[in-house]
Design a protein around this ligand. Structure first.
Ligand code: FAD
Length: 459
């Protein structure tokens, strides 16, 4: 055998799995046909968040005059912004290459596919033999009828992140996480943005309470983002006056580009699955058991290629759990309901565990605390949003937390520790939090659920 483990796909699922396997003493190879870091580093989490942070300055500078510090109008130098974002990405990608080397992972820059049990064929012509093979090939943007990615008017998220231009008018088809994050970025860059969502509500696949979504929707409107829900985008074409996106009832939205962000499909085609007898489900995901094993002996799958939230930290958690099991340890189970999620809109939304709606009667203890009552938030001029905790009415264990407001993406980790470890409202409420900070909002929300918050009226 050439290797004890061969991992195909170098995204946050695959490279993390490979490094952990090697740390545990397994002879490991990683195969990646494009750039190390996968979607997350190159076309996903990292470039979006670099642009999210950079463009936040536009909003802050435009209103800083209220605090007595005024700036002139923002001047956006697109090539420099793109180069800066690319620099962040390449620093991280280079870091992965170094980590692979230092941990003794053999790296092959090639395409890879299964070639029968225990064999992986590379696009270079080589064949590797392996005791165990981990498939971590990720996912790709979905195209919809009437909007071909071949059409220069149509962007995928990959195109939007290339930052080639700032369209005067941008239609974002899909009001999910990726669509709304990119809508936020382009709105800040100066595009007139319309979001078109087929379903009755934005963020339809995230377990969020109505009041959380309503807070975001109000804010999107104030920012000048036009959100049309319950609206099907039918096609894009040029008519007389210029390009337009046709929606239901013959209405059309004039646009310069349409960004299609309606979801992603797993990269399971062309992987040689038939050579080991594995069949994807009808949406292309690979069915796996509780140990992340496919129906074939010795073949495993993780990340966006298998069911569950399409998130980088979910892919990495699966990669680590699998590596430890392959090295002889016990398989750590990963509860999809307790994986935190952060949405980088304005305001940010972050959640972990169950919403009030999903928790139902079990979550009878609910507490909230508003950003407007936090000294730190007022000093930051970020008074919009709230913290919400939902806990079990009997034992007070925290079932779920939602935060909508500034820095929610960073604030959710304390809640994630609590939810993942079955901590109670009292554990959060009794822990002394530093003042004045935003996390005090979580403590006060827990106190509010217990009827003893100091800085809000308890109900
Ligand atoms: P991927 O990251 O897709 O990596 C798979 C890798 O496999 C790719 O590099 C691919 O080139 C390689 N590959 C495929 N086939 C082969 C083959 N046959 N041979 C060799 N290599 C192959 N998630 C978050 O958690 N937070 C965020 O803020 C966030 N923001 C996002 C923003 C955008 C715009 C997008 C598109 C996604 C975002 N995501 C975010 C989702 C996140 O990027 C994915 O969930 C994550 O990258 C999945 O990791 P993975 O390892 O399963 O797959």
């Amino acid at each position: 055998m050439d290797y004890e483990v061969v991992v195909i796909g170098g995204g946050p699922g695959g490279y993390v799995c490979a490094i952990r396997c090697a740390q545990l003493g397994l002879r490991t190879a990683l195969i990646e046909r494009d750039a190390l870091g996968g979607t997350c580093l190159n076309r996903g989490c990292v470039p979006t968040k670099a642009l999210y942070s950079a463009t936040k300055l536009v909003r802050q500078a435009a209103t800083a005059g209220e605090m007595g510090i005024a700036f002139g109008p923002a001047k956006i130098e697109l090539p420099r912004l793109a180069a800066w974002k690319d620099g962040v990405v390449s620093t991280l990608v280079d870091g992965i290459e170094t980590l692979l080397g230092k941990n003794g992972v053999a790296f092959f820059g090639a395409g890879g596919c299964l070639d029968g049990p225990g064999r992986v064929a590379l696009s270079t012509g080589e064949t590797l033999s392996a005791e165990r093979i981990v498939l971590a090939t990720g996912s790709t943007p979905i195209e919809i009828p009437g909007f071909s990615f071949e059409d220069p008017l149509v962007w995928s998220s990959d195109d939007a992140l290339a930052l080639s231009e700032i369209p005067e008018r941008l239609a974002v088809i899909g009001g999910g996480v990726i669509g709304l994050e990119l809508a936020t970025i382009y709105n800040r860059l100066g595009s007139l943005v319309t979001v078109v969502e087929l379903l009755p509500e934005i963020l339809p696949v995230v377990d969020l309470d109505r009041r959380t979504v309503a807070t975001l929707k109000r804010s999107l409107k104030l920012q000048g983002i036009d959100v049309r829900t319950g609206t099907a985008a039918q096609s894009i074409g040029t008519h007389g006056g210029g390009p337009e996106v046709r929606i239901k009832d013959g209405e059309a939205i004039p646009v310069d580009r349409a960004l299609v962000a309606v979801g992603r499909r797993p990269n399971s085609a062309g992987l040689g699955l038939e050579t080991v007898g594995v069949e994807p489900d009808r949406r292309g995901f690979l069915p796996v058991d509780g140990t992340l094993r496919t129906s074939a002996e010795g073949v495993y799958a993780i990340g966006d290629l298998v069911a569950g939230p399409m998130l980088a930290h979910k892919a990495s958690a699966e990669g680590i759990a699998l590596a430890e099991a392959l090295a002889g340890g016990e398989m750590r189970s990963i509860d999809h309901d307790r994986i935190p999620q952060a949405i980088f809109t304005d305001p940010e939304i972050a959640s972990v565990g169950l919403s009030e709606r999903t928790a139902g009667e079990r979550g009878s203890l609910v507490g909230r605390f508003s950003y407007a009552a936090l000294g730190k938030a007022l000093g930051m001029r970020e008074p919009d949003g709230f913290f919400q905790v939902v806990a079990d009415g009997d034992d007070h264990r925290l079932l779920g937390v939602q935060i909508v407001g500034a820095e929610a993406s960073d604030l959710i980790s304390e809640a994630a520790i609590a939810v993942q470890n079955g901590l109670t409202l009292e554990a959060i409420a009794d822990a002394i939090h530093p003042h004045p900070t935003l996390p005090e909002g979580l403590k006060e929300a827990a106190e509010n659920a217990l009827g003893r918050a100091i800085h809000t009226v308890n109900r």
